[in-house]
Design a protein around this ligand. Structure first.
Ligand SMILES: [Zn+2]
Length: 486
């Protein structure tokens, strides 16, 4: 610990219980902030500051890093980022599942699932650099790290998505990935499950991922199939990473559909084996329901489906698809067709599987929250407090130190964020103070936009972004650029 006798700081947080993000046991200490960075930690009784804060009985931890988000557009449209800062999140990774806001300038409405990010007016950046510059000019409350998405590139580059990309199209998309990486993207993401990417063969993805390799970025993927072909899809992702020479991040790991429940034990064993020869990690959200656009062709896995939004029938938001179908005298599939374009929550996972993945020591926490829609999945507002309160404290799935590590230090290491995710002198002063006795998610499927309990103060670069149950108007976030190989 740095000794700082007599030094003067901007802020000293006194008597807190420090959980430093490395997984190390908690300890009592003061923490001082100066110039947006952690200035000192330890017994700072002799030091003074412009402001002091007593954190007795509270945990002081690194701000949480939400490694799996679709926050590309809300960084610009809703920079207070209330769903995130209210959970203690200070950095988001955007551009997941092959969906990034740039580079793409569509004519007309972007096709699903690109419409999850916003309408055509928001897809206005012809280059990745132009998007990052826009975030620089109008920063949000939180920091952001950026992936460039395969689906966005395909929709922009190809006249038909029902086939593999040609050599010429691959060359064009590689040029766009190169531009994104030079601008500071951290890597390349795919969503091979989705219609715009489904016809992309493994070779196409490898050829594109190889454009990332010279920059030392990573490959993040929403697998081609999280159901019957889960294990084959994990193999495909590992192969892509191995052939391109990139670390792999498996997104929102799960087994979908009753017939596949329990398969996560096999997929995790496969990932463990692969980790001996290549870099692979995964993220998970703490819910047994998924959410994405409404896809009428894939309703079979989920006995229960809630509509999150519908452009055709807005009042359907919050309703169950089976009930709507019965009211209209239609099959679920036909009813789904009438609701389009729309979003949905699918109850297709086993709770036991969710807990198996959460227990996996290499699992980072990522919300996969989908901003927008009348009744979004509660993971948008509840993910991090739910892991801390429900799964760590109440169910004892993992010690609090480990839960914090999987939202901070592990995530920073995986994504190459050198000075975030840990409490240490010199690190960015992205900090959350929470009450370990009361922290809990309160967002439900019925009332999803409910802030969590117990998150008392959230600082980004030393500036408060969430305090006394509300946002502060501060916008200290930054567009974070990859500056060195991961
Ligand atoms: Zn996804």
């Amino acid at each position: 610990m740095a000794s700082a006798d007599g030094e003067r700081f901007d802020l000293i947080i006194r008597n807190g219980t420090l959980i430093d993000g490395t997984g190390a046991p908690r300890h009592q200490a003061d923490l001082a902030i100066t110039g947006g960075r952690i200035g000192a930690m330890g017994d700072l009784a002799k030091s003074s500051a412009d402001r002091t804060l007593d954190a007795s009985g509270r945990v002081v931890a690194p701000g949480f890093i939400d490694v799996h988000t679709h926050d590309d557009r809300v960084l610009l449209s809703d920079p207070a980022m209330t769903p995130k800062v209210s959970q203690g999140v200070t950095t988001v990774v955007v551009g997941n599942c092959g969906i990034s806001l740039a580079p793409f300038t569509p004519h007309g409405r972007p096709i699903p699932p690109l419409d999850l990010l916003g309408d055509a007016g928001w897809y206005r950046f012809p280059t990745f650099g132009a998007f990052l510059d826009a975030v620089d000019r109008a920063p949000a409350a939180v920091n952001a790290l950026f992936l460039v998405g395969h689906q966005t590139l395909r929709v922009g580059a190809m006249d038909s998505l029902e086939r593999a990309a040609t050599e010429g199209e691959i060359g064009f998309m590689r040029g766009q990935i190169d531009e994104a990486m030079r601008a500071g993207a951290v890597g390349f993401s795919t969503g091979l499950f989705y219609p715009p990417a489904r016809h992309a063969p493994t070779d196409e993805v490898v050829a594109l991922a190889e454009a990332v390799t010279p920059y030392g970025g990573l490959y993040a993927t929403h697998l081609r199939d999280e159901g019957a072909l889960l294990l084959d899809s994990v193999d495909e992702a590992l192969t892509i990473g191995e052939r391109a020479g990139l670390p792999v991040v498996l997104s929102h790991h799960k087994a979908s559909g009753k017939a596949n429940h329990g398969k996560v034990s096999l997929s995790l064993a496969k990932i463990d084996a692969a980790a001996k020869r290549q870099r692979v990690s995964l993220d998970v959200y703490p819910y047994n329901a998924s959410s994405t656009v409404l896809l009428p062709g894939r309703l079979d896995d989920a006995p229960r489906i809630l509509i999150t939004w519908s452009e055709a029938i807005p009042e359907a938001a919050g309703r169950e698809l089976g009930e709507l179908a019965a009211e209209h005298g239609l099959t679920r599939e036909d009813m789904a067709g009438r609701l389009l374009p729309a979003g949905a929550i699918y109850f297709a996972m086993a709770e036991a599987d969710v807990q198996t993945v959460l227990r996996y020591p290499g699992a980072m926490i990522g919300s996969d929250g989908l901003p927008g829609g009348a009744k979004p999945h509660p993971r948008l507002w509840g993910t991090f407090p739910r892991v801390l309160g429900h799964y760590s404290r109440d169910l004892g799935l993992m010690p609090l130190e480990e839960a914090v590590h999987r939202m901070t230090g592990l995530s920073a290491k995986t994504f190459g964020l050198a000075d975030r995710g840990v409490l240490r002198p010199g690190a960015a002063a992205d900090i959350v103070i929470f009450d370990p006795a009361t922290v809990l998610d309160l967002a439900t499927f019925e009332a999803p936009e409910t802030p969590a309990r117990g998150i008392e103060l959230v600082l980004v670069a030393g500036k408060p972004v969430w305090r006394n149950g509300g946002t502060t108007g501060e916008r200290p976030g930054r567009a974070l650029r990859r500056t060195r190989p991961i």
